[in-house]
Design a protein around this ligand. Sequence first.
Ligand code: ADP
Length: 226
Amino acid sequence: MILQARGLSRSYGRTPALSEADLTVNAGEILAVMGPSGSGKSTLLHCLAGIFTPDSGEVWFDGRRLDTMNDARRTKLRRTAFGFVFQFGQLVPELTATDNVALPLLLGRAGRKDARRRAGRWLERLGLGELGGRRTGELSGGQAQRVAIARALVTGPRVLFADEPTGALDSLTGEHVMELLVGLAREEGTTVIVVTHDARVAAFADREVIVRDGRLTDPFAAGAVR
Ligand code: ADP
């Protein structure tokens, strides 16, 4: 087990978004979190990734309690151990594809030359070797999402969090993006948690759990044997 949520609850004002959610994620697993819009999927993902603090419950990552960690340590952990792919908006449109992918390495204090070289290698793995010098604001949606995947994986994260990663793409492009994401994650041994309401996206996962009205029951979290 690499990540675990125990009895997670979180409200926005008086709107409950998550109620006593339990989830256990195994290392190397590709897990789809499904459920209708507004059911609490994003809130769960943000709590698991240490972006939101839950109102109650616990989040454990690799033997460490995440929800009570101080901000500085949690930010560092997020930067080194987690990667993120969202629906859109995570790239800096004025920067080139290479510089976007190099950014997390530079934040981690890698040298500029080394960061750009590693970024270039990842862009090649995503079939974007030719487009490294292009500003991401000028790329198609599918190309931009592939750059986002390169940027999420370049630091070698243990867990990749993806929130509706194909939500802004047509279905064929979305399928291609999911194929690349899942293929590379498997090669790298990265655990993937993908939030989606799209069954075609979930079909790429090893396992799926369903959130309904903020409630989630994961048979593995309840102690069942695989
Ligand atoms: P999903 O990802 O499944 O669409 P969310 O986790 O985004 O669901 O939202 C769960 C519930 O919390 C919904 O009722 C939503 O309206 C509410 N909610 C989400 N974000 C906010 C926010 N920033 N302020 C108020 N309510 C929110």
